[in-house]
Design a binder for this molecule. Structure first.
Ligand SMILES: [Zn+2]
Length: 444
């Protein structure tokens, strides 16, 4: 079983919208109350309030603020939990100190369990009933994967003035095709590498493909920062003070730029889905390097800031994640090779020699000093990964497990062991029969 998120747009009536707004306002109020409670406790007693403490205070709170009594108590707990999450992130240095949220910045609330609401849908359109508000809302949309919905989050998007119902759904994942008896089809293996300029380099044994990364957002970000800086110098509206004409003008400009950026983000997402769907559609097995994007982006300080920025804007993690879940969804497998043992970008795909000097990123075109093989850097490393997965790589051990490779589904699942066995069988056959490339299996 896997969990997927599925979102539907809601179509509330006027009265329903009012009820939704009221509930959202109350949840926002509770959130702020939690933040305030933590603030004052810390200021007065230097004490950190825990989630459990606040949760246990809820019944008392409801006695004083009776309007909260009608709301689902688990949903209220979830809101308390939201405040707790915000503080946990703050304590770990991941975000700034939680602040009070205005209703405009407060998106909605969550029903964290199956009770208190009911959805009536087959995955396409339908209705959802919120017991605490006593309303049944029409919803439209189509879920890609549908199953048993387990949690529900209601979200309001102020910029679009629209409500959404976001479910987490338990979806059955098909058994991996390569688990037990069925065979691993080598023709449907693809090795891929994520990069910055070339977002993806693919090799499926027959042909290479390079997918360039469309730059959707890069420039606009800088522009927005500049405009925001200018805006801060103009007279903003306050109580009793009108905004200056210049402020209004620049405010409009900023809004335009932000809309543009939001559009770019949507375009990028769309592009990512298209690219990854196509790959997951064509291949059953994906092979790639195990990436440490976070480490990559933190190191290097200012000097590498530009590179880091562009890495982040491609959304490395996202592309990889999308390919992985899409391939798994149809019963396929994604294998991740550890870069350290494999060194795909330093290894010659033909003879297996490792060239230290290839590690230098500026070295875009590789010529092997041992065998004379020539290959562009990115293509070379996907070739190595493909060769290893299909047992054609010279200079490496035979067992994928011994290489420290693991599948995306679990650290060492049956499918992985099976793949190792397949490799050994093939090796055995090759050794007995007439081997085409005996050198390939000399080591291991
Ligand atoms: Zn070579």
């Amino acid at each position: 079983m896997a969990t997927r998120r599925q979102t539907f747009r809601l179509y509330p009536s006027k009265a329903q919208e009012k009820a939704l707004f009221e509930a959202r306002r109350l949840h926002c109020y509770l959130y702020n109350a939690c933040v305030s409670h933590r603030e004052t406790e810390y200021k007065l007693h230097r004490r950190t309030v825990t989630y459990l403490e606040q949760q246990n205070l809820l019944p008392e709170f409801k006695q004083v603020w009776v309007e909260f009594a009608q709301l689902n108590s688990q949903a209220l707990q979830a809101t308390v939990k939201r405040a707790d999450y915000a503080y946990q992130r703050f304590f770990r240095g991941l975000s700034r100190k939680p602040r009070f949220k205005s209703i405009r910045r407060y998106s909605g609330w969550t029903y964290p369990a199956r009770s208190g609401w009911k959805v009536n849908s087959t995955g396409k359109h339908g209705t959802v009933t919120l017991n605490d508000l006593g309303i049944t809302l029409k919803m439209r949309g189509q879920a890609k994967h549908w199953g048993v919905p387990t949690t529900l989050t209601l979200v309001y998007k102020p910029s679009r003035r629209q409500w959404f119902a976001s479910f987490t759904v338990e979806v059955a994942i098909p058994e991996p095709k390569f688990g037990s008896q069925s065979d691993l089809r080598y023709e449907s293996i693809v090795a891929y590498d994520l990069g910055t300029e070339t977002a993806l380099t693919l090799f499926d044994g027959a042909e290479f493909r390079e997918i360039t990364n469309p730059r959707f957002t890069q420039r606009s970000e800088e522009k927005i920062r500049r405009v925001a800086r200018l805006k801060r110098r103009k007279r903003a509206p306050k109580k009793g003070v009108k905004a200056s004409r210049r402020w209004k003008k620049i405010h409009r400009r900023e809004a335009q730029l932000q809309a543009k950026q939001a559009k770019a983000a949507r375009q990028r997402r769309d592009w990512q889905h298209k690219v990854t769907s196509e790959i997951a559609c064509r291949y059953d097995v994906g092979v790639t390097e195990k990436l440490h994007v976070k480490g990559m982006t933190r190191k290097g300080g200012k000097r590498k800031a530009g590179l880091n920025k562009s890495i982040l804007s491609v959304g490395f993690g996202t592309l990889n994640q999308m390919i992985t879940y899409k391939i798994e969804q149809k019963g396929g497998l994604v294998l991740m090779f550890p870069t350290q043992t494999l060194k795909p970008s330093q290894r010659c795909p033909k003879c297996g020699a490792v060239h230290k000097e290839w590690a230098d990123l500026s070295n875009r075109y590789h010529v092997c000093s041992a065998c004379g093989f020539e290959v562009p850097r990115d293509r070379g490393s996907v070739m190595v990964m493909y060769n290893v997965a299909t047992n054609r790589q010279p200079g490496l051990g035979t067992s994928l497990v011994s290489l420290g490779c693991f599948s995306s589904t679990s650290k060492s699942c049956g499918a992985m062991k099976h793949l190792g066995q397949r490799k050994r069988q093939k090796l055995h056959r090759q050794a007995n029969g007439a081997s085409e490339t005996p050198s390939a299996y000399a080591v291991g």
